[in-house]
Design a protein around this ligand. Structure first.
Ligand code: ATP
Length: 990
């Protein structure tokens, strides 16, 4: 939660208090123990929760100060900052002036001239109501965005009360012990306590593009930021290794805090849709000004302005036209519909960070996904172990360490071969559990097991326990580690044998085809011998066989170092304190001349729901692409099981991609347009694939978890981070976070994006046809006034067919509720049966404009006919009104026109729900819409039957017959729309 309490004075106080802690000492020049003492913390235990809370209050939140939020009154006034509202305000001024002139020209006591400028008052009142509604809706949308921000709030691992816990980054306080791992964002400044192969990207702070190595040693002299190797800085990110650091500064008391000073409140960028809406309203505004000028000029030329009344009447006409054309409530409805959609998606595990992305989601044409965990369940079980002497099965499922080794058929466990196999399997799993960071813990419930770390690694721990290899692994203590990365595809450790010799051994595990190239020997039975070409071929053939059966394979190897001192190991540099300085750089020296033990085959079942989602994506014209670090055959097998490719289809490997890339973009693009499975790729290939797909005009969604995936996730149109396994850095580069890491959630989000987009089009069609109907009514009402009986032969000046206030009533009240309801319309059947929409396609395309104008014309026609029927003269003359004067006739006729227009809108609401499908399909599926129609009818009754509103809106109660006429004429809109849709459907069939 953004803490708005951090205004300048509290921020200053927090900084001063923090600085007092270290008494101006430079932590990079101070020993860890002294820094810990000054900050009153034990680096092995961390702060207590109570102490952390106290410090949080004293030092403030760990956030960069924000500019103060816009006050509410200002937000309310901002509702009026719209050119269209200016137009209406100008209209108000004109009608006040008109009222003044009218009164000044009316002799006291004579008829004419109203007591109050009703038009102006009503326009102002309605504008205020509009601003209030807009304000409320905006606040609602903001609350939705804020809730999303909460869900995606950055987190940090810290040590509290001796335990590693994840807390909101804002709650990190000076003295906290931060626990760093690959992919973490560094969220405060700190002094390193420990570091293992720690590398940090500091480009954001120092501009240095290569990640820098970090070590805890105290510096001898003060250095520039980029060279303070024992310090970590807020805003940077861990690219490799692990470490712990004492927080020395938070929030504004960090190096970025000093340069950032104050972040201006982030402006919400307008989405392309909102921009297009702005454009449409602008065009409408201009069009109406032009129409008004033309009409006024024509009237001036044809009839001439005889006196001031003519001028006033003409100006009032301009006001009505302006009011008719402006879609007042549209912007607010748009925002709220997007916000509601985003909330719905979040409830279904897809957390979209910006409203904007909802539009892009609906247009996705390719979804690139990792395999492990997204397409598969990431529930790993070792089922096979293959060693030089044979292959065994390991029984049992899940993470419960219950199962046993099953020897090949016909092999006796006590025979020489049987013993050899058992020894080799044990040795393989010993290496597998030692070169391993996974952990298996007994759960709270009996028989339940919790896993900590990478499921691939835990599966090896489980297998080792099943065959009791874990007991023999116990007496090894890890002294050094070269971590696993997706690029290296292997990991190695150096362990000391505590039981007897105290000698050191390297244990390694990794992708077998990769690890094998670092092996020169092989262990068969109890003997070690050189690895022959035949052995290599056998091992690679086994990898292929297991992979094509969907197993994930992992090789194990080791090498005794024949010494008990790290300093004597070639390749390891040890400093004066006996610590390894940078083992990662020494991997070439350590992972060499290894002895091959064997490999395991791990099964990771595909997620059952994904197959349907892939099929759904294909129907929707979206290609599903798998990009994995795993073996090409494993990848291809799982991809074909899931329907991503045909069975027997092939995967392209990272090496093949490199070869294609060297031939130029054209060759690369051709491959990416055809291939849907990529295997043994490194994260940098993901970026190339995204760029290539984008060059071909695709809208690309790309998943990622590791820190190195961030560039690809960032460049994708829709970067998707894993909520469970994703690193903080990837989450921050992503536009959407999958709370459940599931591919199906992406497809569901795309569907939701399309539904939202469809609904936006529905209410746009509805609102704009309404405005066009009003403009046509006013325009033709004036042009054809003589024919229709609106102007009588003896009347002077211009008579407006409908009053500006009546038009505003329609636009702001009776239109708004159905439009909002359409924003939550249920999805249509075809939503995932059509191709993705191009981002460059206009929201309102030519055929939709056709719809809008067609309906607008019909609406104007029925409205004017209805009015004519209640006026003497004109085409359909009703003699019964002859007795009334023209003024009274006009009031009745306007009430008719007003009501017909409102009901025509309501029939249009039903018609607008689809471009070509009949309104009667799923007529009652949206209960909100029917509620909204009910509200609109009530509002119309109110304005016609409440006497006070009669004078404000120029209405009069209608007879039953008149009501029948209104509804009958209005229904014609639905009939006309059904006819048009019928023709469209017939044409589509042809
Ligand atoms: P995806 O990219 O779909 O998540 P993945 O998890 O298989 O696929 P990586 O994590 O990059 O991809 O792994 C690549 C290869 O490295 C794997 O096929 C496996 O052989 C090996 N590997 C995976 N995890 C480890 C590990 N913890 N230690 C050693 N080797 C590993």
């Amino acid at each position: 939660m953004v803490d708005h309490s951090n205004d300048q004075s509290t921020v200053d106080k927090g900084i001063a208090a923090q600085q007092a802690l270290l008494a101006d000492a430079d932590p990079s020049l101070t020993d860890v123990a002294d820094v810990a003492k000054a900050l009153n913390v034990d680096p092995n235990v961390g702060l207590s929760e109570a102490e952390a809370k106290r410090r949080r209050e004293k030092f403030g939140p760990n956030e960069l100060a924000q500019a103060p939020p816009v006050p509410k009154w200002k937000k309310f006034l901002q509702q009026f900052q719209d050119p269209l509202v200016y137009l209406l305000l100008a209209a108000t001024v004109i009608s006040v002036i008109a009222w003044f002139i009218e009164r000044a020209n009316t002799a006291p006591g004579a008829e004419g001239g109203e007591a109050l400028p009703f038009d102006a008052l009503v326009i102002v009142l309605i504008l205020v109501v509009n601003a209030v509604l807009g304000y409320i809706q905006e606040a609602k949308a903001e609350a939705a965005v804020e809730a999303l921000a909460q869900m995606t709030a950055p987190q940090t691992s810290v040590l509290r009360d001796g335990k590693v816990v994840r807390i909101n980054t804002a709650d990190v306080v000076p003295g906290d012990i931060i626990v760093l791992a690959e992919g973490d964002s560094v969220s405060a400044d700190g002094r390193l306590v420990t570091a293992a192969s720690l590398r940090i990207a500091e480009a954001s702070l120092t501009g240095e593009s290569v990640p820098v190595g970090k070590k805890p040693e105290t510096l001898a002299q003060a250095k520039a930021l980029g060279d303070r190797a024992n310090m970590i800085f807020n805003g940077t990110s861990v690219t490799q290794g692990t470490g712990r650091a004492i927080v020395t500064g938070t929030g504004m008391n960090t190096q970025v805090g000093k340069i950032a000073d104050m972040l201006s409140a982030t402006e919400d960028e307008k989405t392309p849709l909102q921009k297009e809406m702005d454009y449409v309203s602008k065009i409408l505004g201009i069009a109406v000004c032009i129409i008004a000028v033309v009409v006024l000029a024509a009237l001036a030329i044809m009839e001439g302005f005889h006196d001031i009344h003519d001028v006033i009447d003409s100006l009032l006409l301009a006001v009505s036209l302006a009011v008719a054309a402006v879609p007042e409530g549209l912007a607010a409805i748009l925002t709220v519909v997007l916000a509601l959609g985003v909330q719905r998606m979040a409830a279904h595990n897809a957390i979209v960070k910006k409203l904007h992305s909802v539009e892009t989601l609906g247009s996705a044409s390719v979804i690139c996904s990792d395999k492990t965990g997204t397409l598969t369940r990431n529930e790993m079980t070792v089922e096979r172990v293959v060693t030089p002497s044979g292959e065994v099965q390991i029984t049992g499922t899940g993470y419960a360490p219950e199962g046993r080794m099953v020897l090949p058929a016909g092999v006796d466990g006590e025979s020489e071969r049987g013993m050899a196999i058992r020894d080799e399997v044990t040795a393989t799993l010993i290496a597998g559990t030692l070169a391993n960071d996974g952990e298996l813990r007994e759960g709270d419930k009996p028989g339940a097991w919790d896993i900590v770390g990478d499921p691939t690694e835990v599966s090896l721990v489980v297998a080792a326990r099943k065959v009791k290899a874990d007991r023999k692994a116990k007496h090894y203590v890890r002294v050094a580690e070269i971590p696993f990365t997706s690029e290296r595809k292997r990991m190695a450790i150096v362990a000391k044998d505590d039981a007897d010799s105290g000698k050191l051994t390297v244990f390694a595990k990794g992708a077998p085809d990769v690890l094998l190239s670092y092996c020169s020997r092989i262990q068969v039975g109890g003997h070690v011998r050189p690895l022959t070409d035949g052995d290599r071929q056998d091992i690679l053939a086994t990898v292929e066989r297991l992979s094509s059966e969907a197993y994930r394979t992992l090789g194990q190897a080791y090498r005794p170092l024949e010494t008990s001192s790290l300093a004597e190991v070639p390749g390891i540099a040890v400093n004066a304190a006996g610590q390894i300085s940078d083992i990662a750089e020494q991997s070439g020296a350590i992972e060499t001349d290894l002895i091959w033990n064997g490999m395991v085959g791990i099964i990771d079942p595909p997620r059952t729901e994904v197959r349907d989602s892939v099929a759904e994506a294909h129907r929707a014209g979206i290609r599903a692409v798998m990009i994995t670090g795993d073996h090409p055959l494993t990848a291809a097998r799982i991809a074909s099981d899931l329907g991503i490719i045909e069975s027997g289809g092939k995967a392209l490997t990272g090496d093949q991609l490199d070869a294609l890339a060297s031939k130029g973009d054209a060759a690369f693009d051709k491959a990416t347009s055809e291939v849907s499975v990529y295997a043994r790729v490194a994260p940098e290939h993901k970026l190339k694939i995204v760029e290539s797909l984008q060059r071909q005009g695709n809208i690309v969604a790309m998943t990622g978890d590791g820190v190195n995936d961030a560039p690809a996730v960032k460049s994708a149109d829709i970067g998707v981070a894993m909520g469970i396994t994703g690193t903080e850095v990837t989450k921050q580069s992503a536009k959407m976070i999958l709370a459940d890491d599931n591919f199906s959630t992406i497809v569901a989000a795309v569907r939701e994006g399309r539904v939202i987009f469809d609904n936006i089009r529905k209410f746009l069609r509805y609102l704009l046809s309404s405005n066009v109907g009003e403009v046509f009514t006013v325009f033709f009402g004036v042009v054809l006034a003589g024919f229709l009986g609106i102007s009588q032969p003896d009347s002077v000046g211009v008579t407006v067919p409908l009053l500006a206030t009546q038009l505003l009533w329609i636009n702001l009240l009776t239109d708004a509720a159905p439009a909002l309801a359409m924003g939550v319309d249920p999805q249509t059947e075809d939503v995932m049966n059509r191709r993705p929409r191009k981002l460059t396609d206009r929201v309102i395309d030519a055929s939709m404009w056709g719809d809008i104008i067609y309906i607008g014309v019909i609406m104007a026609a029925v409205t004017l006919i209805g009015m004519d029927m209640h006026l003497s003269g004109g085409l359909f003359t009703d003699r019964s009104v002859d007795a009334l004067g023209h003024e009274a006739q006009m009031v009745e006729a306007r009430t008719m026109g007003f009501t017909i227009l409102v009901f025509a809108q309501l029939f249009n609401a039903l018609a607008s729900r689809s471009h070509a499908q009949s309104a009667f399909v799923g007529l009652f599926s949206n209960k909100w819409l029917w509620g909204a129609i009910g509200i609109s009818v009530v509002l119309q009754l109110v304005v016609i039957y409440v006497p006070f509103l009669n004078s404000a809106f120029g209405t009069t109660p209608l007879s039953a017959m008149a009501w029948l006429e209104c509804i009958g004429l209005a229904a014609f809109v639905l009939v006309a729309s059904e006819l048009r849709k019928l023709v469209l459907r017939m044409m589509a069939k042809k």
